[in-house]
Design a binder for this molecule. Structure first.
Ligand code: ADP
Ligand code: ZN
Ligand code: ZN
Length: 738
């Protein structure tokens, strides 16, 4: 039958589909759900996605527009992906057009069609005579060790793409030089489905599993063709990555794809190279550092099945995988899996949903599982696996608290800590000093009248960035020159207050002047390739003192770091956010995991004013698992998530009364099993000139929560304040400060 109407999702923030007429000139058989169409919308033409088709319409034909054309390039959203995306839009109560956009690379969202050239890959040249190769190689090894390293990499992993090479810390210049020297060559990538072959697995790289590891691998393999969710709760260094690698084998051998979600690609080069060493199969990376073309190529490699393994950050969960067989979420507790603006999805949670829809297994791994995940594992909803030992000789580092209230402090360092750093350096080992505050100082003030330089738009102090000679607001990013005189009393005695990583680097450099210091934070690694370069310098032992923010806490492997110092944990002990303690504990354990990874034992020193705080005591004496169970009983008593379910309505406007009244009006209705908390001003009450309010809806069950949110959103059309505010809804909110 000829289809005459289609319902289309359009990238606009509206919670509805739009109906269009299909002109008779278009063959009805070409109209498929998930396909892209060009449609008129207002005065523009936009790309929409067909969600459904019908032969009749409730709207009169004369009120409807016709589609302009159908995009006939086979790059539709596959049916299973479309179904998944619609579920996500539903779950997060987010406009469907917006959600679908996320699953398409930019180039496929444009009305002009992209020209698609295939990705190229790099291979080492086959030399006629061994002699030739050795001569050239000897030359470059002496003069350009980095080039030699890159050559060795390409030689062992034939077929790397530029995106992968870049992620592993090499430059285009190095690649080009090798090509000029005719050591390597570029080839077009094939676009057929990958096929598992005899050399796909590097057998000799495989480690003999410990009993704990083997149990997990066989449990995952056993559920290879059905849905099951596995939590691998394993201390840092216990061999989670090895478990992932071996659990993947069976899936790959069946020619099915594996999706690996990681918090941040740039931070895990070592993990990537382990995947590449193990599998001689096409691996694709998906992360924010890719340009539009590379994104499209990754998308196509997933959709056509060319890529066997996709490793990516949060949004890789929407990859159009042709034949997905297994999902792995590494560091599942990591906050970066939650998108904090517009479509606020949690990639780990919807990865589980996707695995369920496809009836495939999913593995969540962490040394510090989130309380939500842990509760699901303890209650039997997930299969719970623990790795309690580190294979080999390395032992877990012990955390010791330093009571700073009783010590003379110098630049934020206690005497005990200074001494410990000194001894570590003398032994020729490295120390990592962790301070979660970037910039030079968190504020500047006038010594005479105590005036503080505040960002007027956020009512919060400006952070001093000495290197850039600027004051920067960390909330709205506005910048200002450093005043010479106090605007309030005219004094020139303006001084920094408190200490950030930039200042700490300076002070530590002075205190330990015979050693080299390196700082790793968002500011020092802004330049492309800089992070990889600094990390390489650390492993080459060019630096002995590493200073950094939580960027340094994640996944790195520094064999010579034997001391980790945490300068300040107190903020999290007294926070309004009920998750602050959980996050603090996760961070501490992760940072501690950086020490003593190999045979050398590690120490972790934590400075605090509250060494007797029960949470700190529990964590230090009994470890994360005990802490987590205790924290869960507290949550249960207070009926907080995961023992209840939350949605957060946020509203902002130029005047505080608007968002308050807007949210207040929502609380007029009552819902079964649901409670409102608020409206209250957000913890960051003012940001970038806007006043912000919160309303939390808390329910005993998800079903009740979704029903309430659905109804509330529908009442908003009648809310008299709705035009005066900007509002959003966040399901399972993580960040309660905004
Ligand atoms: P995690 O991901 O849990 O932090 P990794 O997988 O990185 O741990 O493993 C930590 C170290 O232990 C690595 O150097 C790895 O090679 C080694 N390792 C892992 N499993 C085994 C094993 N079964 N036998 C020997 N060494 C192992
Ligand atoms: Zn003053
Ligand atoms: Zn600001």
């Amino acid at each position: 039958m000829q289809v005459s109407y289609i319902q289309v999702a359009i990238p606009v923030p509206m919670r509805q589909l739009f109906t269009y007429i299909v002109p008779a000139t278009i063959n009805g058989e070409d109209i498929q759900t998930g396909a892209r169409v060009i449609v008129p919308f207002g005065h523009r033409q936009v790309i929409g996605i067909i969600i459904s088709t019908s032969t009749t319409s409730d709207i009169e034909d004369k009120k409807l527009k016709s589609i302009i054309s159908l995009v006939n390039d086979n790059f539709h959203l596959p049916p299973t992906l479309l179904k998944f995306l619609l579920r996500c839009a539903d779950y997060y109560h987010h406009p469907v057009g917006d959600v679908l956009q996320l699953a398409l690379p930019v180039l496929l969202r444009q009305v002009e069609q992209p020209t698609i050239d295939l990705a190229t890959t790099w291979h080492s040249q086959q030399f006629e005579q061994v002699n030739e190769e050795t001569v050239t190689l000897e030359k470059i090894t002496k003069r350009a060790p980095k080039q030699a390293e890159l050559y060795a990499l390409i030689n062992t992993h034939q077929g790397l793409t530029w995106a992968e090479i870049r992620t592993l810390g090499f430059t285009k210049a190095q690649l080009n030089t090798l090509e000029k020297k005719q050591l390597i060559e570029e080839k077009e990538q094939k676009s057929e489905c990958f096929v598992y072959h005899d050399d796909a697995l590097a057998e000799d790289e495989k480690l003999t599993l410990t009993v704990e590891q083997a149990v997990i691998v066989s449990a995952v393999k056993a559920s290879f063709d059905q849905f099951s969710c596995h939590l691998v709760d394993g201390i840092t260094g216990s061999g989670k990555t090895e478990v992932y690698l071996q659990a993947m084998e069976k899936t790959l051998a069946a020619n099915k794809q594996v999706l690996v979600l990681v918090p941040e690609i740039g931070l895990t080069p070592q993990m990537l190279s382990r995947f590449e060493q193990r599998f001689n199969l096409p691996i694709c990376l998906h992360h924010s550092g890719l340009n539009d073309k590379e994104r499209l190529q990754t998308w196509l490699a997933a959709q056509r099945g060319t890529a066997a393994i996709i490793i990516g950050t949060r949004s890789a969960v929407f990859s159009p995988l042709h034949h997905l067989g297994l999902i792995i979420v590494d560091e599942e507790h990591d906050g970066s899996f939650k998108q904090q603006d517009s479509f606020r999805y949690q990639a780990r949670d919807i990865a589980i949903l996707r695995a369920g829809q496809l009836n495939i297994p999913i593995v969540l791994g962490s040394a510090t599982p989130s309380l939500e995940t842990l509760q699901n594992a303890l209650s039997g909803k997930y299969q719970y696996h623990q790795l309690t030992q580190r294979p080999g000789q390395s032992t877990q580092s012990k955390i010791t608290l330093i009571n700073v209230a009783q010590q003379q402090m110098e630049h934020g360092l206690s005497g005990t800590l200074k001494k410990a750093i000194g001894t570590t350096l003398k032994r020729g080992e490295q120390a990592l000093i962790f301070l979660n505050r970037r910039g030079y100082a968190p504020a500047i003030n006038c010594q005479e009248c105590h005036w503080i330089a505040d960002c007027q738009r956020c009512n919060k102090p400006y952070t001093l960035h000495q290197g850039q000679k600027l004051l920067i607001c960390h909330h709205c990013s506005s910048q200002k020159r450093i005043p010479y005189q106090c605007p309030s009393c005219g004094s020139v005695r303006i001084k920094p207050m408190g200490q950030g990583t930039e200042q700490l680097e300076e002070r530590i450099g002075e205190l330990f002047e015979n050693y080299s210091t390196v700082r790793i934070d968002r500011d020092s690694t802004r330049k492309k390739g800089e992070l990889a370069k600094l990390l390489q310098e650390v492993s080459d032992k060019k630096h002995q003192l590493l200073i950094g923010t939580q960027m340094l806490a994640k996944g790195h492997h520094f064999p010579d770091v034997t001391l980790v110092a945490v300068l300040d944990v107190d903020g999290a002990l007294f926070s309004f956010d009920f998750r602050a303690a959980e996050h603090m504990a996760q961070l501490l354990v992760q940072v501690a995991g950086r020490a003593g990874r190999e045979s050398k034992p590690g120490r972790v020193l934590v400075q605090t004013n509250f060494p007797d705080h029960p949470l700190l005591q529990d964590l230090v004496n009994n470890g994360y698992p005990h802490f987590a169970k205790y924290a869960l009983t507290e949550r249960k008593q207070a009926l907080l998530p995961p023992f209840s379910y939350q949605a957060l309505f946020r509203a902002e406007a130029n005047y505080p009364s608007y968002p308050e009244k807007f949210l207040s009006a929502l609380t007029d209705v009552t819902f079964d099993g649901c409670q409102f908390a608020g409206p209250v001003p957000a913890a960051m009450e003012k940001k970038a000139g806007k006043y912000r309010y919160h309303l939390i809806v808390q329910a005993k069950s998800r079903k009740q929560l979704h029903f309430a949110v659905y109804r509330l959103i529908h009442t908003i059309a009648q809310n008299e304040w709705q035009k005066k505010v900007r509002w959003t809804v966040d399901i399972d909110p993580l960040d309660l400060s905004w």
